[in-house]
Design a protein around this ligand. Structure first.
Ligand code: PLP
Length: 436
């Protein structure tokens, strides 16, 4: 590593004479640390941003100095998912319906899924598509009943957030919004909403205490709502045990809402977002990673975009002027939900159970800024997007149309396209053709 660093710094001295600060940031060994990312950038043949947005961020921000001296290395090839696993294997009933409707060509070339578009306005097809989704919801419900003893109602909306547990992915935004809905139901005996099943699934890294605390919090919210006679008829929260690829294969076909809530600029691409889309779930999400491309493809009528844009997030971090406390003080519903983290209404035996979570969102304790992932900042915008989504879901035909358009436009996210772009732009191999 020292030899790699010596040769690199030699070049950097020539290219940026006297600019010691810049050279220090680009070096492999500097300030008593090894910069593995710098080593990768300096010595790789090609560097890929895994979505269009991530490619731009690498060039504009993360590795801007490297982009100046080796622009030809930087690529942006969007991730993909294999349609063999995530559509054909996971969702055989939808696959059969696709065969019957547009032929089998989509199995070799997923761009042919676009042939579905005219059927988005075909009443008979809408009915068949909705029936497949309902069957998949019932299948998932039987499965989770066998594995976790939970009872789910397939006639409720299945609103799903499954991904590793991390603060930047903002499972808390979802959970706090659920608490706000719960409080509304408690306060107003006439409050109604389309009944929803909120499904969470996530693993926390072993040493990530805050992530485990968030899992605990979601489970406590689930139990609290289950105790309330009226709220439990409109909201059910479930936490999947041991979320993994096998459970994802069962869940994706049953999902109607795909929660993609990362703080803009933090999620390089996401692939869960693509699995949901290919199975017809409608995205509610920030303009982050491949969500940007999903939103462009389906249009604003067929997804729910909210929150800060990535450049606005970068500007907030750069300015250092964000004060989540101001939002806490002005948004009464959000403040009430946050207060439940320490006032004993969730955990009477240990009222301050989640005080640490609360404090991290509202106070800048030791030097760092409060709410670094902008949960409070984006809450109002998320709530509005959720409210639009909830209203739109009431029109089941129009909702199913959105789901169909999502499937029709998902073909670009096949990993076959990704691999082809890697070959065209990096490997330059001659594809083998299958001999018969
Ligand atoms: C696809 C997948 C992920 C990645 O999900 P993101 O929402 O893109 O973070 C994580 N875990 C499992 C089990 C998956 O199948």
């Amino acid at each position: 590593m020292q030899e790699l660093n010596r040769r690199l710094c030699q070049k950097l001295f020539d290219r940026f004479p006297g600019e010691w600060d810049r050279i220090g940031h680009m070096a492999i060994l500097a300030y008593d640390q090894a910069h593995m990312a710098n080593m990768c950038i300096a010595y790789s043949h090609a560097i890929n941003g895994v979505s269009q947005l991530h490619g731009d961020i690498l060039k504009r921000s993360t590795f801007a100095d490297y982009y100046k001296i080796m622009p030809e290395k930087f690529l942006a090839i969007t991730n993909g998912i294999t349609p063999r696993r995530w559509l054909m294997l996971a969702n055989p009933t939808l696959s059969d319906l696709l065969d019957e409707t547009i032929g089998q060509g989509w199995r070799k070339d997923t761009m042919e899924l676009e042939k579905l578009l005219p059927f988005a306005d075909d009443a008979a097809f809408i009915e068949k598509f909705a029936k497949v989704k309902h069957e998949n919801k019932a299948r998932f419900s039987r499965w989770i009943n066998r594995h976790q003893g939970l009872v789910l109602d397939p006639d409720t909306m299945y609103d799903v957030q499954v991904k590793r547990l991390h603060e930047y992915k903002r499972q808390l935004l979802n959970a706090l919004h659920i608490l706000v809905l719960y409080n509304r139901i408690c306060d107003d005996p006439n409050y109604t909403m389309a009944p929803r099943t909120f499904i969470f699934g996530a693993k926390a890294a072993p040493g990530y205490r805050r992530a485990k605390e968030i899992i605990h919090f979601i489970n406590v919210v689930a139990a609290k709502i289950a105790q309330h006679p009226r709220a439990s008829k409109m909201i059910k929260v479930v936490f999947l045990q041991n979320y993994n690829v096998s459970t994802a294969e069962m869940l994706m076909p049953a999902s109607e809402v795909s929660e993609q809530l990362s703080t803009a600029s933090k999620e390089a691409s996401g692939t869960g977002n693509m699995k949901f889309m290919m199975n017809g779930a409608v995205t509610i999400g920030t303009l982050d990673g491949a969500n940007v491309e999903i939103a462009e493809l389906v249009g604003e009528d067929n997804c729910y975009i909210f929150g800060m844009r990535s450049k606005e997030v970068e500007a907030i971090y750069a300015s250092g002027t964000y004060r989540s406390l101001d939002i806490y003080e002005t948004n009464a519903e959000l403040r009430r939900a946050l207060n439940m983290l320490f006032d004993g209404s969730l955990t009477p035996d240990n009222p301050k159970m989640f005080e640490g979570l609360y404090r991290a969102l509202v106070f800048s304790d030791n030097g760092g800024m409060a709410d670094p992932y902008l949960v409070l900042k984006d809450f109002g915008s998320y709530q509005q997007a959720q409210s639009r989504l909830g209203n739109d879901y009431l029109n089941q035909k129009a909702w199913t149309r959105k789901e169909i358009i999502n499937v029709a436009k998902s073909g670009i996210f096949s990993s076959d396209r990704t691999i082809k772009e890697y070959n065209d732009q990096i490997w330059h191999l001659t594809p083998l053709t299958k001999q018969h």
